[in-house]
Design a protein around this ligand. Sequence first.
Ligand code: FAD
Ligand code: EPU
Length: 337
Amino acid sequence: MIHENYSLKKLNTFGIEASARYYTECSSIDQMIEILSQKPFVNAQKLILGGGSNLLFTKNFDGLVLKNNLKGIELIKEDKDFYFVKAGAGEVWHTLVMHCIANNYAGLENLSLIPGNVGASPMQNIGAYGAEIKDHFFELEALHISDKKIHTFNNATCKFGYRESVFKREFKNQYIITSVTFKLLKNPSFNTRYGAIEKEMEAMGVKEINIQAISQAVCNIRSSKLPNPTEIGNAGSFFKNPEVTSDKYKSLKVQFPSIVGYDLENGNVKLAAGWLIEQCGWKGKTIGDAGVHKLQALVLVNYNNAKGSEILNLSQQIMDSVKDIFGVDLEREVNII
Ligand code: FAD
Ligand code: EPU
């Protein structure tokens, strides 16, 4: 069924009021192909929607919004070391993580409680607490919007990077991801590099480390740090953490001794954007209903009825002040529509 002038307010976690000229939900690939072939939609702009947790609508969408509802989680094969688990793009990400944990398929536990759906997870190679999906990704299937054929992508052809993939760059708006298959460990290798996980497990009284405990620790930390979108509209980190050369980092460190940075394998340093934004005085600030969260300066929020353009303007002011004070360019993580 196709809806016209459909409100997207409940379909984006920022809670921004915007409408779609046309809106539809698809629970099969055949249905997608049928709709994409209909005359009004062949040349229309298209937006593929998952859970709407990494989007900012700055205007109404004058095209077709297609919500991907493909379901199913299946163990498709296993060998001595791995389980291969395939999930439909419309499955909720955390449901997949919980399914894996319940069955002792290890690897996704550090990525517990990230909002959104499975189909969007490769878009920006979601990551948290020392892990990224690329670490356990096997392949994905995607429907090419023009030739209407299913193409398969592996780890290399997805060109994953920090919050990056080919689907945000050269193949932007060309594919609908329909399923993602993960390669999960039979013998877990626990990833507690992120110090806060061990501390939380200690506080939880965990005696023996396991994937359930790691997942619970991650859920606890996330719930204490990040605003819940059902209470305050937001899309998680609004900006990426910027990468600078080690020389630039050294000179910043002289001027700002408490600057927070992490060494990268390529010799550069990743700066904590939340620290930069806080130092510019933005933490907890509001302009109308648009604001910078009071506990996490990297998260922009909609306190009530902010327009997408107001959040976007606020983000520009933040980018300008970080550039002025630190000479560092911030890049938005959230997809601006
Ligand atoms: P949507 O917002 O619906 O879409 C995002 C983009 O992907 C859009 O461009 C959309 O067109 C495209 N897209 C969606 N589905 C498909 C598909 N099937 N095929 C093709 N294109 C598609 N992200 C992290 O990486 N780490 C975190 O720790 C993290 N924490 C967060 C915390 C909060 C409170 C919130 C609100 C967000 C957080 N995010 C985090 C961001 C967000 O959860 C992820 O980006 C998530 O993958 C978005 O999924 P979604 O289904 O909501 O995507
Ligand atoms: N910090 C401040 N002030 C702030 C916020 C952070 O000074 O207001 C500093 C602190 O020193 C802190 C450091 O920044 O130690 C890092 O903060 P945090 O651990 O909260 O992580 P982050 O860099 O803000 C990143 C991801 C999150 C992910 C967490 C945990 C990006 C852009 N964000 O946030 O991902 O959940 O690490 O791994 O990489 C998302 O992408 O939407 C997201 C939430």
